[in-house]
Design a protein around this ligand. Sequence first.
Ligand code: JFZ
Length: 426
Amino acid sequence: VCFLNVAFAQTAYKPSAANLENRAWFEASRFGVFIHWGVYSLLGDGEWVMNDQKLSLSEYGLLPKFFNPQDFDAKAWAKLFKDAGAKYITFTTRHHDGFSMWNSQTSDYNIVKSTPFKRDIVKELVEACRAEGVRVMFYYSLLDWKRNDYTPLGRTGNGIAGRDLEQGDWNRYIEFMKTQLTELLTNYGQIDGIWFDGHWDKKDADWQYEEIYSLIHSLQPQCLIGNNHHMAPIEGEDFQMFERDLPGHNTTGFGTAADAVGSLPKEVCGTIAGSWGFNIKDRQQKSFKEVLSYLVKAAGYGSNLLLNVGPMPNGEIQDYQQERLRQLGDWLKQYGESIYGTEGGFVRPTDDYALTKKGNTIYVHLLNADKASFLIPNFTFKVSSLVSFDGKTKVNFHQLDNDVLVLQLPEGLRDTNDLVLKLSIK
Ligand code: JFZ
């Protein structure tokens, strides 16, 4: 037992003070913008197009020659994200296609060396966001559909012709990733998170997380590590994410019983469109009400929302996606105090309501405008007053012995998006 304790003490991850401080910043932020943009955007069929259409390496390899997003304006993007009320962005520095969106020294398959555009998009985006006070995290794919050393192949990418599987070299692949992560965390100033994805492609591989995570934390101690592996957090991670879902719901079926909600800061991610990367057949455009409800429910779970845009090949973000972001920004300008810096998770949100809390104030978000009365179970606080968000209208309530809070809205107090009430507790 003694020996085990010693071994545990040596390997257990102790987040640094800078890291803990950044977790607190992250938790208070509640809203970030996810960006899926790469050479795949050219084909308008989502970011999985290489795998889905079984394009060969040489076929897909034509794309960088055409990637020339003349309308890309990092400053305009950054201003849009700022106006949306986002506190951070998470940008796809390298997706499953293995293409680097920065001037990587360890792979010529990158934006500067392989495209006519020749500009370091990561650099421009980081600088523009920093100037707006929007922090930056990097999405980084663990899985790779291009490199020969990423073998034996994983679950996906097997239909892609042109790889030399004889050249598989797992350790070399891990070293390559470490070199790239070192570039990303050395050349672009403060980066507040690395968002890994693709673990699920090779569930049994030795991803050498201990070394990779400690490399990241040694380069930038505040940098928060998350990993879209749909399992309980691995030692060394700083936040837990839930893809296209709400914490603990596992509606995507990606998760397992181990995908339990832990105690780390939480983030859910989802799209404004149907897909992550630009899709010309974009027929699942979400309404403002839908994206707002997602943000509010996430906050009700004590989780951030990372909401995705999929910019077009010319560098523009589609109008309706921009509009959703601006609508959220306008809403947050008015109701931000009920989202930013709040706690959640004390009452489980439903499609009808979500509750957030700051000190002695609880914000009751009513998401169903067709109802005039609401029953909220498991409400254990003692209410002293309940009013509309602007404080002008009193709302009737009573508390039942079984911890059910009953609300009765006066006529005229309705909001088709989110009726926010302010409740004071004793
Ligand atoms: C991943 C990516 O594959 C996708 O392109 C996008 O970047 C998204 C944010 O993350 O999506 C997943 C994650 C897990 C599985 C499949 C897709 N899975 O477990 O099968």
